[in-house]
Design a protein around this ligand. Structure first.
Ligand code: BGC
Length: 921
């Protein structure tokens, strides 16, 4: 039989019609990764108009969203049936897919809403509706708080730490539970339990806020935990509220009475509901936690454990009735920040017997958290754990840099079976654990528990140099270790508070490494609240010191710079609105202090370029930057930002006003600090870095000042900068075309440099350039091994070395600037960032004589690529010459090729890229 392999005319026609169709339908557009206020399905929030973000999913290049539609309903069922919608946006012609605000019917306390979205792309295709996501409101009206604050009555007053308090109550349910939520907070730190189990995995709740002005409560879904017979209870420890805080050796800044507030709402399937609240029917007692202090550690006596205290039918005859505490409920706010969680466990890598005979376990990494131990012994045996960041020169356990913080956990055994101990209300900054007996666990009975605000990692930077990769690791560890509900300066000594300067200089790097949007949003609320009526921003936030140190330059500027960072990183305009009064207050405060001459030098003490390198050689002593120069430079910078922000918010009057003010400050700066020859009166790296990067040098003198700057770097052969100059140092050198010097500084391995600590085995960023001297000496006192400020170099690693920068005109990676700066002997560098739109990547490598550069631009965003030292004819895309649209969008500028790109992944190469390979040698 003859096989019919040909096509008849009809089928041929059919195929002709079908083929283009099927090609089109291969190109898929979808939506995913729905978040509300930066969280996946958050519950218990109090943002009245929460914002939605989603990601466009597309498998073609140049994908763009041209319209979206959102709908919201009170149940998943209503949503799918489009019944009783709380909001439908209709089709909105817009490419916005990040932070779109809810505009529907106002939600009530405790109400849950479901939402979904669909989008149209630039090829006129509409996506499927996304799957439903939800959010749930917390307690919105004060009247909805039925619970009373309770406390332990008649607790003896004390000048030192008191035991943690335990609270309990039993209750029964008779009906079938459909849902249950518990809303909890405390004065002090709480851990909540229901029927024998800890509720949720959050730690250090309710978090550290300006407690006299706002206290966060947390919401937990406990539907599956409620039984017929129930016991609910909480432990409350001193924490930041009543514990030691600050270096003065003082405690109880916010109050000397602990308190607890619990409201459990149970909804039954029959439509009724019931609320269990803290009141004077609760009972309270001390228990096994004899002392719990953040700095000093926890003392726990397992013999005093009260088995079953959070289970029903516990005999609490010896417990006392709790007392009602008269404390405001008007200051309760939902916690919309990032919860602190235990995120990692680390086993010791070494067991050490030190020269002085101490038994020490080395975790190999400076972490924040505590040690979990497993021990077996007799009733009354004691294990003492001490924590240190380092061993000294001789190899002995070193704690002098913890100053007054005792950082000691003491556990007394109940005896019998193996016992497991973890503290509840303390944390330590440490790598080494010293154990004192009589009972001593072995290495496998010890685990380091890492805790911090549970930030998702968003950024990765790697390159061909392992030391720089270790530096990057140290920066990220420094961030994990110091982002514990607030951005702390350090996590180990008697400080651990929210120094504004440290937070400010590190904020951009922080925003590359981890998702910090809600973390900073929370902290900035406290900054605004603790700001003085005259706009002065205290040095630490939350400010238990009540502005004792006054507002100083580069620290107070956190008020403007940190919101600006959040805006740039996440395209978050609302934070600019929310913080606007605070920013303006700070700028006005400086303006008032500066007076008519616009110089902020009025008899004021500043930290200045804190911890800058000071040379002991007279010829080289020029590393001290005058504090008033820094103050006026920052005055100009914050004022310039404020003017830009005013413009973004549509406040043209303020935009003009602050633009003028900034101009006047600039003129004053030039008159006071710059010679007609381009030399600054403080002839230091910090002064030049500030003046050049804040655009304080007139155009015609820029070249000269840049030369002075470069000469100073060459003269020293190393950096001389402190907290203020360091973050700007390399980026300013790059901006004046001196990548060579920036890389020289980066690559330097001797003190002072970023890599010196790495060569000394550092696993975090040090507070000082010489926290540990080359001979192993460690200065006592203020000398932490875990301060992130100098880690601000991370921003330059991402933006310059790898070449991935935010475009402030199109923030939040809506448009990304890709511009690698190969150099310093590196043969590759790669930065990846998970933006709200999806993965952005900038990766280059030198392969033989070729320079290869890969960029990834997420859907619904665009990018401009600068191919360094290239010509149009030389550049290949995926191995072929640039053609079509790409060629049209490309041009040569200053020896570089610039190309504007839509979404997609592109691999450029230019063979024989001699110029680049030279600089990388
Ligand atoms: C802290 C800081 C802070 C500084 C103020 C120190 O004790 O640890 O890092 O910024 O004081 O200069």
């Amino acid at each position: 039989m003859k096989k019919n392999v040909g096509l008849d005319f009809k089928s041929f026609l059919f195929l002709i019609i079908l083929i283009p169709f099927s090609i089109v339908s291969f190109a898929k557009t979808g939506v995913g990764k729905l978040v509300c206020e930066y969280h996946t399905n958050p519950i218990g929030i109090d943002v009245l108009k929460p914002r939605f973000s989603w990601q466009m999913i597309a498998d073609t290049q140049n994908a763009k969203q041209v319209a979206y539609e959102i709908r919201v309903a009170s149940s998943a069922e209503n949503l799918s049936k489009k019944n009783n919608l709380l909001w439908t946006s209709g089709k909105v012609e817009s490419d916005q897919s990040v932070n779109v605000a809810y505009q529907g019917t106002p939600l009530k306390s405790m109400q849950r809403a479901y939402w979904q979205v669909r989008i149209w792309d630039n090829k006129n295709k509409v996506s499927e509706w996304s799957g439903p996501a939800y959010w749930e409101m917390g307690i919105l009206e004060k009247d909805n708080w039925k619970a009373s604050w309770i406390t332990m009555k008649d607790e003896a007053k004390s000048t030192t730490s008191l035991p943690a308090q335990y609270y309990r109550k039993e209750f029964s349910t008779t009906k079938k539970v459909s849902s249950a939520r518990v809303y909890v907070t405390s004065l002090g730190l709480y851990q909540l339990f229901l029927n024998g189990k800890k509720v949720g995995d959050q730690l250090f709740t309710p978090g550290f806020t300006s407690y006299k002005k706002r206290i966060q409560y947390q919401t937990y879904n406990v539907t599956s935990m409620v039984q017929q017979k129930n016991a609910i209870g909480a432990m409350v420890g001193d924490g930041w509220y009543r514990g030691y805080l600050g270096w003065d050796g003082l405690r109880a800044y916010y109050g000397d009475q602990l308190g607890l507030l619990v409201q459990l709402r149970i909804n039954y399937t029959d439509g009724t509901s019931e609320t269990i609240v803290t009141d004077d029917n609760w009972k309270t007692s001390y228990g096994a936690i004899l002392k719990a202090d953040i700095y000093n550690g926890e003392k726990y006596d397992a013999r005093l454990e009260m088995d079953g205290w959070v289970k029903a039918n516990f005999n609490d005859a010896k417990w006392k009735p709790a007392g009602i505490l008269n404390h405001s409920k008007d200051i309760l706010v939902a916690s919309n920040g990032l919860p602190v969680k235990a995120t990692q466990e680390i086993k010791p890598i070494k067991t050490i017997k030190t020269p002085s005979g101490e038994l020490v376990f080395d975790l190999g990494q400076n972490i924040v958290g505590w040690a979990r131990i497993k021990v077996k012994g007799k009733k009354g045996d004691v294990v003492t754990l001490k924590f240190a960041e380092v061993l000294d020169k001789e190899g002995n356990f070193f704690t002098k840099n913890l100053r007054a913080a005792e950082a000691t956990d003491i556990y007394t055994l109940k005896g019998g079976a193996e016992e497991v101990f973890e503290p509840h209300f303390t944390f330590h900054g440490f790598r080494f654990i010293k154990v004192e007996g009589p009972i001593v666990p072995t290495a496998d009975q010890i685990t380091g528990i890492v805790i911090h605000s549970d930030m998702k990692q968003t950024g990765t930077f790697t390159c061909s140099d392992p030391l720089i990769n270790q530096l990057q690791k140290n920066i990220q560890w420094g961030q994990r270790d110091n982002f514990l509900d607030i951005p702390t300066d350090c996590p180990q000594r008697d400080e651990r508070v929210g120094w504004t300067g440290d937070a400010q200089v590190f904020s951009m790097t922080a925003g590359f490494n981890f998702d910090v949007a809600s973390f900073y949003t929370k902290w900035l609320k406290d900054l605004a609240l603790d700001q003085q009526p005259n706009g002065e921003v205290p040095n630490i936030i939350p400010d238990m010191w009540n502005n004792k140190l006054g507002g100083v330059t580069a620290w107070g500027d956190a008020a403007v710079i940190v919101p600006w960072t959040v805006y740039k990183t996440y395209g978050d305009k609302r934070i600019l609105e929310q913080q606007y009064a605070s920013m303006k207050g700070w700028v006005e405060y400086m303006a008032k202090n500066a007076g008519d001459d616009y110089l902020w030098n009025q008899n004021r003490w500043h930290w200045g370029d804190w911890l800058a390198f000071h040379s002991d050689k007279p010829d080289y002593a020029g590393a001290v930057t005058e504090k008033d120069l820094i103050a006026t430079a920052y005055f100009n910078y914050s004022t310039t930002l404020l003017s830009k922000i005013a413009a973004i918010l549509g406040n043209t009057a303020d935009a003009t006003k602050y633009e003028k003010l900034a101009e006047n400050v600039k003129k004053a700066f030039i008159k006071e600090y710059l010679t007609p020859n381009g030399r600054l009166v403080s002839h230091t790296q910090t002064a030049y870095a500030l003046a050049l990067s804040f655009d304080l040098i007139p155009k015609d003198l820029r070249q000269k000042s840049a030369q002075y700057f470069a000469d100073d770097v060459k003269k020293f052969g190393h950096l001389t900068t402190g907290f203020v100059g360091t973050p700007l140092l390399c980026s300013t050198l790059s901006a004046i075309g001196r990548d060579d010097l920036a890389f020289m500084l980066l690559n330097r391995k001797q003190y002072p440099s970023w890599l010196y600590p790495v060569t000394q085995g550092a696993t975090t960023i040090w507070e000082r350039w010489d926290t540990q001297k080359p001979d192993g000496t460690i200065i006592d006192g203020m000398n932490s091994f875990n301060h992130y400020a100098y880690g601000a170099i991370g921003e330059w690693l991402y933006t310059h070395v790898a070449g991935l920068s935010i475009d402030p005109q199109n923030p939040g990676y809506k448009h990304t600037l890709f511009h690698p700066h190969p150099g310093g002997g590196l043969t590759n560098a790669n930065a990846e960032f998970i933006s709200l739109y999806g993965l952005v990547q900038s990766a280059w490598e030198i392969k033989g004589n070729d320079f290869i550069y890969k960029v990834s631009i997420p859907a619904n965003t665009t990018g401009t690529v600068t191919l360094p030292k290239a010509t149009l004819n030389q550049v290949l895309l995926n191995g072929s010459a640039l053609k079509g649209v790409l060629k049209k969008n490309a041009k040569e500028v200053d020896n570089n090729v610039l190309i504007v790109l839509g979404s997609g992944t592109y691999v450029f190469s230019y063979p024989g890229a001699k110029n680049i390979i030279e600089v990388s040698k």
